[in-house]
Design a protein around this ligand. Sequence first.
Ligand code: SF4
Length: 217
Amino acid sequence: MEKTSPCILRERPKEIETDIAELDQPEAAKRMILLHSCCGPCSTACIERLLPDFKITVFYYNPNITDREEYEKRKANQIKFIEALNGGLPEEDQVVFIEGEYLPEDFFDVAMGLEDRPEGGERCTECFKLRLDRTARAALVMGYPIFGTTLTVSPHKNYQLISAIGTELGDIYGLEFLDMDFKKKAGFQRSIELSKKYGLYRQNYCGCEFSKWEDKK
Ligand code: SF4
């Protein structure tokens, strides 16, 4: 993926214009969604909830996981869950995995000057903007009319903030943002159950080195 400015764009970039109307999506078919995922455990309950209505592509884009070893460990567990799930799904419902570009420097750019802010503060706002912006761009380039994120399944993530960022990006790029608070209907508890069932590694910190010792996730 092309390296671009980490800030949210105010206009839809001309070079990634896509004619979404040309997409061949029969009325009865499930809608295609590009679902940003922060990790395998968080994705479990979100994917389970979306499967009846959507054809899901998971977009693992997380330059905020600044430790490469940790990044790869979470990625491996994301793939492990998708492969196990796909084993029991019909061909047409299979979940697809896509990895975004891993450039921790993009995260450090947006976090600059905010390193000492507590989790949930301005650094996290910029982190959400970065990840959702790149997800929306990828959705536009690849022809997905809808994008969303698993981030709202965590009780430590501000749903209203994520909703506002996603909705604004949807307006900018001409896409639909799946505005869903996955933690509702016991979504977080379900993600813990499913993570145990599929034997997934559950990290004990959010992702960036600044959150490493907060031990909250
Ligand atoms: S604590 Fe989590 S959401 Fe906040 S900046 Fe770090 S990785 Fe991003």
